[in-house]
Design a protein around this ligand. Structure first.
Ligand SMILES: [Zn+2]
Length: 129
């Protein structure tokens, strides 16, 4: 009776070992991650959005703005009202307005990047009545 019990035990242990070997062996489908790997949450880096690269505006690009509309707008950096008679610039991407002093300040302190969107492209503003 004890021989049968011992034989049954050996067969059971052998089957268990074979089952474990099959579970941990990489499958033929190319899935090489061990099954234990899936049990735990592992945060992964999200795929970064590719930064939109806007084409550089043409050298003679202008933004035409009515004088009356400028009265309601302000400089994006300083918040000061815009002077229609002074030289004005506009971000080519987000269309923020800048006075010359603000463009100089951005060039000195912000690598010439727009305070709102980070673009380096600016176009001049032409004020019409
Ligand atoms: Zn901008």
């Amino acid at each position: 009776m004890s021989r049968i019990l011992l034989m049954f035990l050996v067969i059971a242990v052998g089957l268990l070992a074979a089952w474990r070997l099959l579970r941990t062996a990489p499958s033929a489908t190319g899935n090489t991650t061990p099954p234990e790997y899936d049990r735990y949450f592992r945060p992964q880096a999200r795929a970064r959005k590719r930064e939109r690269k806007q084409p550089e505006p043409p050298y003679n690009a202008r933004s035409i703005v009515r004088r009356a509309a400028l009265g309601e707008l302000r400089d994006a950096l300083s918040g000061a009202p815009l002077d229609p008679d002074a030289e004005l610039f506009r971000c080519a991407e987000c269309k923020s307005f800048y006075a010359v002093q603000s463009v100089c300040a951005l060039a000195m302190d912000n690598a010439a990047r727009c305070i709102n969107c980070g673009s380096i492209h600016r176009i001049s503003v032409e004020v019409v009545d």
